[in-house]
Design a protein around this ligand. Sequence first.
Ligand code: DON
Length: 304
Amino acid sequence: MVDFQGIINGINATAAKTDNRGLCATYIPELAKVDLAKFGIHLINIQQQSFSSGDSDERFSIQSISKVFTLSMALGLVGEKLWQRVDVEPSGDPFNHLSLLEMENGIPRNPLINPGAIVVADILVSLLENPKEDFLAYVKNLANDDSINYDEEVARSEKMTGFRNYAAANLLKSYKNLVNDVDTVLDFYFHQCSISMSCAQLANAFFMFINHGKCKKNNTFLTTRQVKRINSLMLTCGFYDEAGEFAFEVGLPGKSGVGGGIVALLPNKFCVATWSPGLNAKGNSKLGMLALERLTTQTELSIF
Ligand code: DON
């Protein structure tokens, strides 16, 4: 059996010695306050054994990682007709770019870039009786952890500076690909992004993506086919214009967030979450990517 704990301890020791950690996101003012020295990693295997090192129990802002949860909730509720409003192609563009949206008549390239996630948020706002409460309950259920919550300071902070997301939502509205009003949808979107979770909580919540849609408690959230769809989107679109590099270096489907978190997974084997708040130029966690490259190199486990 692979010595996950030994490998993860080595990764944490290397991270602790690394000076060049990238920079915290500053366009959401609350995120700029986070300590750059933090590093955490938590891995859970298909047998539900957990391995962790560093700040793996400290909560951080999951940001775009939440797009995977909204997508899975929406896909579970509406099924395949979701793809009429959002495409499944990699964008090759940064997460907040809008030019393709205009060229492609208001159909976002995929659900993991901001405009695509805003469409998914709109779908949930239409379907759920109490969107914020119901979505939070869904994430708590997935992670089997009742203590997960929104960070109202982070949500408020992004609302004050989320000019590009307002632009995206208005553009979607002009193409009639947003049913609800812009402020309602963005309030939901800023809240989903503000959820605070630790590496351990994220790895637990992503367990269903390695286990054919069944969470750790064996409740079914998605079908095997739906999990295949979401994992494929994480592989091709989970890291924006760095998706190719992530597949090349790490070789796993995954999703990053500008809070510095990354979750990556190997179906039927393991899922892993890392956190280091310093980002590289593409907005993905610098040490997180290096850590996951070491993990798949040293374990010789990747989808390739
Ligand atoms: O909408 C935004 O810009 C942020 N709430 C989320 C962006 C993000 O996490 C991109 N990820 N790497």
